[in-house]
Design a binder for this molecule. Structure first.
Ligand SMILES: *Cc1c(COP(=O)(O)O)cnc(C)c1O
Length: 228
């Protein structure tokens, strides 16, 4: 067994449990998505042997290649990268979760290509909240329309929202940004959508995200080391 990956998973797991306790979250309500982009199938296998099941990938072809190589493992693949229309088919056939839906067009393609025999594809809408460095994600103002449309597409289950805030060292400022995403989720819930997921928090802002209600945190480097 790869002890480096095993120990890192233990450390991250302990950090999550500590933050859950500290911020009054239900124990076990925050799940770890191990972000394995640009790490080998062998590294994923080591994390799997240590008990990790949810893995995040950013590139459709890379996710597919790893899913094929690791098809003896009961891995739950999370697609967390920018999603182009021409990759929607591969993603719909491989992933159990897609965190980065930001247009009706992509959602419709995922709906169309989701294999009939597999369970509903879990969807998060990626929101461009304040200070976001990347250009991806939809504006908060566009959220109600897209959410209501995506919630009706067959084969998809709209679960919640995702964001990648710009790096911010100050804890309270991190929290303020995550609070915006939480409030957006609460507004959609109040509006009648049955949503339960906030995909937010990475290595350097995980505690702030958990304080504001994250249910999925996405951690790569702190588990697998630096990427090649
Ligand atoms: C790469 C990536 C992560 C993990 O980043 P690390 O710095 O390796 O922990 C999380 N979320 C998304 C969307 C990513 O692309």
């Amino acid at each position: 067994m790869n002890m480096f990956i095993h120990d890192n998973l233990q450390t991250i797991g302990a950090r999550i449990r500590t933050a859950e306790r500290h911020y009054g979250r239900v124990p076990g309500s925050v799940q770890l998505v191990a972000v394995s982009k640009r790490h080998s199938a062998a590294a994923i296998r080591a994390a799997y042997a240590a008990g990790q099941r949810a893995f995040g990938e950013n590139y459709a072809q890379e996710m597919l290649a790893k899913a094929m190589e690791l098809n003896d493992c009961a891995i739950e693949w999370h697609f967390i990268g920018p999603l182009q229309s021409n990759k929607a088919k591969v993603v719909a056939q491989t992933a159990r979760w897609v965190h980065t839906v930001a247009s009706l067009k992509v959602a419709e393609l995922l709906s169309r290509h989701k294999p009939p025999a597999s369970p509903e594809l879990n969807i998060c809408l990626q929101v461009n909240i304040s200070g976001e460095a990347s250009k991806s994600g939809l504006a908060l103002a566009e959220l109600p329309d897209l959410a209501s449309q995506v919630a009706q597409l067959p084969g998809l289950r709209l679960r919640g929202l995702m964001a990648i805030p710009a790096p911010e060292p100050d804890f309270n400022k991190q929290r303020a940004v995550f609070a915006e995403l939480r409030q957006a989720l609460e507004a959609l819930q109040a509006w009648g959508l049955a949503l339960d997921t906030l995909s937010m928090g990475m290595s350097d802002d995980m505690e702030a995200a958990i304080a504001e209600g994250a249910t999925l945190v996405r951690i790569g480097t702190a588990i697998f080391g630096t990427r090649k």
